[in-house]
Design a protein around this ligand. Structure first.
Ligand SMILES: CC(C)=CCC/C(C)=C/CC/C(C)=C/COP(=O)(O)O
Length: 297
């Protein structure tokens, strides 16, 4: 009997449109293209007995491709192959032993793309929720880096208390750290924005052609955590801050700017960034240079 684990792996790959062993087109990235290799799940399916006969658990046909037929085992009950197949040459063979983690990640990505497309209801004027698009774009500006940076600088210049200056200086540091980290990650990961996105965003940096992680989501999580921890607000206002962050994140997917994972990871990153800011909290004691402007007045 094939082990349940093997069957599950083969089924999961089938669901993803990947056959466990097949002749693949070199140009097809979904089939590990670029190298023209075949996916040969050797360790899954070819743990043969020393005599060349496959173990009972390996009597599982996963592909009908000619290449695989040559190197695979027949279905249980079918006539056995006349001679054991010659081993595939090492060169040019792409061994792929997908772990459950890899399959889970691929499945997650497939779900991510599907869900993001479904939720992208404001991606264009003609989309099903196209009439809400202007509102979503307004929300987009509310989480943009420029208003937050300029707003913080303005408040800093007007602040007349040390406590206020300290908080604002740390908010400025948080916003700059966020811009830096998001730009670095976008440049490293280079995940393209969804195909249905229209690139009509208000002032962007060059890395903003990439989508992972969502800068709006990191900022929303960072700023809302910052506000909740450093401003004394009535409960309804606190709820409003959390709602703003959540809706801003959702609007990124609805506008077609991001996939769901870009936003989810963005929220997580922004949450972590706040912890870093809190840990490195700047004050006139540990960073007097930053406060020197005011001490001279
Ligand atoms: C000081 C400095 C370099 C300011 C630049 C501010 C700026 C242009 C930020 C870009 C904000 C933006 C468009 C982020 C993209 O957000 P996603 O949610 O689409 O990743």
């Amino acid at each position: 009997m094939p082990s349940p684990r093997r069957n599950a792996e083969v089924r999961a790959l089938g669901a993803l449109g990947v056959s466990a062993s097949s002749s693949s087109s070199p140009s097809s990235p979904a089939h590990g293209g670029g190298g023209g290799g075949r996916f040969e799940f050797q360790s899954l399916l070819s743990s043969r007995a020393p005599g060349g006969e496959p173990p009972a658990g390996a009597r599982l046909r996963v592909s009908d491709s000619p290449v695989h037929r040559r190197g695979s085992f027949p279905l249980a009950g079918a006539a056995p192959a006349q001679a054991p197949p010659p081993p595939l040459p090492e060169e040019g063979r792409l061994d792929l032993n997908p772990s459950f983690l890899a399959i889970a990640l691929r499945s997650l990505l497939a779900i991510d793309l599907w869900l993001s497309k479904k939720l992208g209801v404001c991606a264009g004027e003609s989309s099903s929720w196209g009439s809400v698009r202007p509102l979503m774009k307004l929300l987009e500006i509310s989480g943009h880096g420029i208003p937050w940076l300029l707003g913080t600088l303005y408040c800093l210049s007007r602040s007349d208390s040390w406590a206020g200056r300290e908080v604002l200086m740390n908010l400025l540091f948080a916003l700059l750290l966020d811009l830096l980290l998001v730009s670095l990650l976008k440049g490293l990961v280079r995940r393209r924005r969804p195909a249905h996105n229209q690139m009509d965003m208000f002032v962007t940096l060059s890395v903003d052609k990439y989508s992972f992680p969502s800068g709006h989501a990191t900022r929303a999580a960072l700023v809302s955590r910052f506000i909740l921890n450093h401003l004394v607000l009535a409960i309804p206002l606190r709820v409003l801050v959390v709602l703003w962050a959540f809706i801003l994140g959702l609007s990124r997917v609805m506008l077609g700017r991001h996939n769901v994972t870009d936003v989810a990871c963005g929220f997580f990153l922004g949450y972590l960034q706040y912890s870093v800011v809190d840990y490195c909290w700047l004050s006139p004691h540990n960073a007097p240079v930053l406060f020197v402007l005011w001490s001279q007045q």
